[in-house]
Design a protein around this ligand. Sequence first.
Ligand code: NAD
Length: 456
Amino acid sequence: MSTCEVINPATEEVLRTVDLLDEAAVDDAVAAAVAAQRQWARLAPADRAGALRAFAATVDAHIAELAALEVANSGHPIGQAEWEAGHVRDVLTYYAASPERLSGRQIPVAGGLDVTFHEPLGVVGVITPWNFPMTIAAWGFAPALAAGNAVLLKPAEWTPLTSIRLGRLALESGLPEGLFQVLPGAGPVVGERFVTHPDVRKVVFTGSTRVGTRVMAGAAAQVKRVTLELGGKSANIVFDDCDLERAAATAPYGVFDNAGQDCCARSRILVQRTVYDRFMELLEPAVKGVVVGDPTARDTEMGPLVSKKHWESVSAYVPDDAPVAFRGSAPGGPGYWFAPTVLTPARADRTVTEEIFGPVVTVLPFEDEADAIALANATSYGLSGSIWTDNVSRALRVSRAVEAGNLSVNSHSSVRYTTPFGGFKQSGLGRELGPDAPLSFTETKNVFIHVGEPTN
Ligand code: NAD
C-alpha cells in the first residue's frame, strides 16, 4: 500500500502519513456500501432523519477539533476553519429534514391512480478538492445520505484529515458501518474507480475542469450520473454609480479569502474607466491591510498556500516583469506564503483568462455596461461574480446578462446552504445545496395502479 505525507503548509512540518487505498480496497468498500444502503433505504424516514441529526450533533461537539485539524492541514485561519466545521453541522441539520419531505406526486390520469416516488440511486461517490475539504464534502454526503443513498468520500491527497475524522464521527454518532466511508487515495486510483465501478451509481466531482471533463467522459460509458463543480474566473464588476469606498474595501476579501484558493474568487476586478484611478487609490490600502500570517492567530485573515507545488504554480503567474500595481505583505521563513498581489495586465493576458487559484487579482478598466458584460463573459468559466451599482435596473440587467451560476449585488456572497450553487459553461454541471439537492440523488419512479370499473 502506498502512503502520502500530509504537510502543515504554514510550517512545512509533516503532520501524519496517510495510507492511500488501492482499487481492491475500493471494491471492498463498494460491496459494504451496497449492503448498508439497502438497510438504510428501508428505515422509516423519521429514523433516517434522526440519524442525520445525531451525526450533526456529533459534529457540533467536535467543532474545535475539526477546526484545529483544518488549520494544521490546510493553513486556513482559525476563525474560518471554525466556520467551516459549523457549516458541516448546519448542512447536515438542514438535510436531516429531507427524508420526511421527499414527497412524490399524485398525477391525474384516466383509469387509475398515478404516483411518483423519489428512489435513492444506491451508492454515490464524492470526490473533493483540497481547498475547502470539509464543507465541499458535506454538500455531497449530507443530501445524498438524506435521500437514502450510501456515500463513499475520496478526499484530496493533500488534505484528507478532516474528512477522515468526519468518517469516524459518523460511526460514533451511530450511522451504520459501511454507509458513509472515507477512502483516502490517489485521484487516478480511488477517484477513477468510482467512475468505472458499476455499483457506484453517481459521482459528485469537485475539482479542476481538466479532471472533471475526464470524469464526465468516463461516466458516459455507464450512463452514470454526475454532478460537476469545476473551476472559475469570476468577475467583480464595479460601476461608477456604486459606493466606491465599500467596493474597494471589500474587493480584497472577494478574492483573497482562503488565499485565493476559492472556486468563487472574484479574480478579475472590472472597473468603469471613469472611476478607475480613484478605485485603485482606495484598493491599495485595502490590499495592504489584509492580515497574512499564522493561521492559528485569531486576527489572521489569510494563511499560506496549500502546498509547495501549488505555490510554484501560483508564482509562475507573477514573474519579475509582471505588471504589478501593488502587493500586500506575507511572512518570510518556512511555509508557502504568497503576498496578495494586484496586476494590471492587458485583456488577453493569461492572468486574465486562466484560473490562478491564489492571491493574485487582475484589474481591468471597462467603458460601459455592454463592455462590462462582454468582458465578464469572455471566459469559458461561469461560476460566480459580483456587481457593484446603486442602480437597481442596472443590477438586474447585468445579473441576468452575466453567464454565471451565483451572483451577488453590492456584496461577495456565494454560498448559503439554503440556496442552489453551481456553474454555467465549463464551471460545472448540475447544482448542489438548496432545497432541491436531495432530488439530484434520486431517480423519479412513476407507478400507475389500474382501478377497475364499478361492478354495479
Ligand atoms: P483536481 O481536479 O486536481 O482534484 C480534485 C479531486 O479529483 C482530488 O480528490 C483528486 O485526487 C481527484 N482526481 C484527480 N485525478 C482524478 C481522476 N483521474 N479521476 C477521478 N478523480 C481524480 O482539483 P484540485 O487541484 O484538488 O482543486 C482545485 C480545483 O477545484 C480548482 O479548479 C477549483 O476551481 C475547483 N473547485 C471548484 C469548486 C466548485 O464548487 N465549483 C469548489 C472548489 C474547488
